[in-house]
Design a binder for this molecule. Structure first.
Ligand code: SF4
Ligand code: SF4
Length: 169
């Protein structure tokens, strides 16, 4: 039995408060969504995987200077290039980014002098196989071409980020 009348009223009061919270939430707007069918809009500035950007003609802006790879603290960017005999410009052959090592710090994007790299809003990076977590040049370029925010002056944008509409890989 209750040790005192005070304990009894305390229990009633606690139950009423609890029920009040439950009833209040029953009539509040639902804040959960049916993921993955429904997706939240990821804010600009969210740091997903870094992606390669292209110019208005669809050509990669990257000039293979490798500054991003040198800036990466965990060495998760691999770049291979060759020099075009006619234009004497470097051509990007391989740009692999190992997302298992990437810590989304954005230092690679900060280091790029050509607005050729940006932090994306891509976060659905799960894969059943390890090699699938290494993003290739073409995969990174394809995501970068989905940009729906300006890709010039990346360093002026919040967190060096772009939005791609949140579409999955
Ligand atoms: S975000 Fe950071 S860890 Fe990831 S590739 Fe760029 S520099 Fe490396
Ligand atoms: S992404 Fe930028 S920093 Fe990296 S190799 Fe290309 S131009 Fe250089």
């Amino acid at each position: 039995m209750f040790r005192s009348l005070r304990d009894f009223f305390s229990m009633i009061r606690t139950a009423i408060i609890g029920m009040g919270i439950t009833i209040r939430h029953m009539f509040s707007p639902v804040i959960t969504i049916n993921y993955p069918e429904e997706q939240l809009d990821v804010p600009l500035g969210y740091r997903g995987i870094p992606v390669l950007l292209s110019d208005e003609d669809g050509n990669l802006k990257c000039v293979s200077c490798e500054l991003c790879a040198k800036a990466c603290p965990v060495n998760c960017i691999e770049i291979q290039s060759h020099r075009d005999n006619q234009t004497r410009k470097k051509v990007l052959d391989v740009y692999n980014l190992d997302s298992t090592w990437c810590m989304y710090c954005g230092l690679c994007v900060e280091a790029c002098p050509f607005d050729a790299l940006a932090m994306s809003d891509q976060f659905e990076l799960a894969s059943y196989d390890l090699p699938g977590l290494v993003y290739t040049r073409d995969q990174l370029a394809e995501i970068g071409r989905r940009a729906i925010t300006p890709t010039d002056n990346i360093r002026e944008t919040q967190n060096f980020g772009i939005k791609t509409g949140g579409a999955r890989r």
